[in-house]
Write a protein that binds this ligand. Structure first.
Ligand SMILES: [Zn+2]
Length: 203
């Protein structure tokens, strides 16, 4: 058994070399799939930056609370919070219909509030938690506000621009890139959206 584990470790260690991975590349290794950190797998070293941290669920719950606030006012339930030094400095939920503003996405509103709180446009050192994968507009705003890390819940097959349709937040040609962790409390986020749309259809 122990010998098998050693052998598996060796094979896994060779994997990044075989596929020509560079530092920062994600192999989508088993560790990531199962959300555990195993020391045997070199994929961890490559994926670690993209893995969930212990505090991520707590902050994502706050983003989900924002998403619920959006649903309460008849908006598609998407929420975001920005955290700096263990404190929320910006909150936002989708208000597109309410504000009659195509830019009133949760992330944009949270960024504006955070910038006001910080007293400047640079939000370096902060992490944004969003219930749904940001769209191209918001992804651009994240890069422009110099936020360090993005944690999102569900992937968005129709508009997601942080992995799904493209990846604006990690484009090497841009002058700022974010660390990204995806899939945190994604079930809860997807369930909120599902319930919202099925209620709409019943109406
Ligand atoms: Zn957006």
């Amino acid at each position: 058994m122990a010998r098998n584990a050693v052998l598996a470790g060796k094979i896994l260690r060779l994997l990044p070399v075989l596929v020509g991975a560079r530092k920062g590349d994600c192999l989508g290794c088993l560790c990531q799939a199962f959300r555990v950190r195993c020391r045997a797998c070199p994929g961890c070293a490559l994926c670690w930056g993209r893995m969930e941290r212990p505090e991520d669920r707590l902050w994502m719950q706050e983003a989900l609370a924002e998403a619920r606030r959006a649903a309460e006012i008849g908006e598609v339930p998407i929420g975001a919070v920005i955290v700096l030094a263990d404190r929320i400095i910006g909150r936002g939920h989708n208000r597109r219909e309410t504000d009659r503003d195509p830019l009133a996405h949760a992330e944009i509103l949270a960024i504006r509030q955070a910038a006001e709180r910080v007293g400047g446009w640079r939000l370096g050192g902060s992490t944004i938690y969003v219930t749904l994968e940001p769209c191209a507009m918001c992804a651009g705003a994240l890069v422009n506000s110099r936020i360090d890390r993005l944690v999102y819940g569900a992937a968005d097959p129709k508009a997601g621009y942080c992995a799904t349709l493209g990846n604006l937040v990690q484009d090497p040609r841009l002058n700022h890139r974010l660390e990204v962790t995806a899939g945190v409390l994604d079930e809860e986020s997807a369930a909120l959206l599902r319930d919202f749309f099925s209620a709409l259809r019943r109406r």
